[in-house]
Design a binder for this molecule. Structure first.
Ligand code: OSB
Ligand code: MG
Length: 368
């Protein structure tokens, strides 16, 4: 097939609540959506780059630049045999989030061309995936406890709580005391270092956490290996894993025992499946992380999470947890703590064209 047209747009989407992590916060999301058209079919994706370079060096603006200057001009008009393997400008270093947007739209396109669901094309087996929710840093423990209680009541099977130095052990202990059986975990987004914080991190071992996510530096696999050897709580890697190579190194070093796979962070769905396969062979559970996506990115995540190695609940929450109104229909809504995997062709949810059009603040079109 020939990629006849590519459309990149930016839409502002306001989160219902300010979301803060150790490196900063966001409420006004600037979401990039990509559409690739071939043989009369449109594949959709969302670029997960954030507004600021706090989680990764990529931002909405760097991704816009890389996509419009390098990736999309080369892609448009090209003949491709398999939509799952779009890889324009292979010489271009880094920028996995920008690259993932192209790759993931290619998967949706290929699935729609074959009239199969994205989940089926990926090798998914689950019909519904366990749902979890990520809670940003809160002003005080009372606010956090109220959030945790609300989300447990809604049926979420994993409650992820953001931490940073000074808002960690005491706060998590308050949650544990109030909810002795709750499936809780912590995410530090690289806020700690060794050796200074080792004693503090060891205190977490008494709290029966499912895991601690990315406690240390985003480029520090070696210290994560040291930490995992010194604490019982499973260490999970997020920012550190940007490719299959990183995952293989982490496995080799025992730098964790769980991996959070975000397709946008690792350059796409193909790389995500490869990481899943290696972790599964090593008996490391994986789960699908979120990047505050709209329904389009969420649809890709839910399809990926239907693979058999995704045994832990992901950052996969209801559309309503993020937005007053999502940009897909139907919106995502879990049933008994499980998110149904869309069965229709491709991502299996319909982007609401009129709403997206109305929200668009900038758009660039590439035609063959
Ligand atoms: O570290 O997992 C993270 C959001 C933005 C950047 C980084 C992270 C997150 C989340 C949100 O935790 C998860 C979600 O999309 O619900
Ligand atoms: Mg994380």
């Amino acid at each position: 097939m020939r990629i006849a047209r590519a459309v990149l747009r930016e839409i502002p989407l306001r989160l219902r609540e300010y979301f803060e992590i150790s490196s900063g916060g966001t409420q006004a999301r600037r979401v990039l959506l990509l559409t690739l058209e071939a043989d009369g079919v449109a594949g959709w994706s969302e670029c997960v780059a954030g507004e600021t370079p706090g989680y990764s060096y990529e931002t909405t603006d760097t991704a816009w630049h890389v996509l419009t200057r390098w990736l999309l001009p080369e892609l448009t008009g090209s003949e491709v045999r398999d939509g799952r393997r779009l890889n324009p400008a292979p010489w271009l270093r880094g920028h996995p989030m920008a690259r993932a947007a192209v790759e993931m739209a290619g998967w949706d396109l290929e699935a729609k061309r074959r009239s199969v669901s994205l989940s089926d094309l990926l090798g998914g087996t689950g019909r519904a995936v366990p749902a979890g929710v990520s809670i940003g840093l809160q002003k005080n423990n009372a606010a956090l406890l109220a959030r945790v209680e609300g989300y447990l009541g809604e049926g979420y099977r994993k409650i992820k709580i953001k931490i940073k130095p000074g808002r960690d052990v005491d706060m998590l202990r308050a949650v544990r005391d109030r909810f002795p059986e709750a499936p809780i975990m912590a995410d530090a987004n690289s806020a700690y270092s060794l050796p200074e914080d080792l004693a503090r991190l060891r205190e977490l071992d008494d709290l029966d956490l499912m895991m601690i996510e990315q406690p240390l530096g985003h480029e520090d696999l070696l210290d994560h290996a040291v930490l995992q050897s010194r604490i019982e709580t499973p260490v999970c890697l997020d920012e550190s894993i940007r490719s299959l190579g990183d995952a293989r190194l982490a496995l080799h070093l025992k730098a964790a025992s769980i991996v959070n796979i975000k397709p946008g962070r690792v350059g796409g769905l193909g790389e995500s499946v490869a990481i899943h396969d290696d972790c599964r062979a090593a008996r490391w559970p994986v789960w699908c992380g979120g990047m505050l996506e709209s329904g389009i990115g969420r649809a890709h995540n839910v399809a990926l999470a239907s693979l058999p190695g995704f045994t832990l609940p992901g950052d996969i929450s209801n559309s309503r947890r993020y937005w007053e109104e999502d940009i897909v229909s139907p919106e995502f809504e879990m049933v008994d703590g499980m998110m149904p995997v869309p069965r229709g062709p491709g991502i299996g949810v319909e982007p609401r064209a009129g709403r997206i059009e109305a929200l668009t603040t900038r758009m660039e079109v590439f035609e063959a």
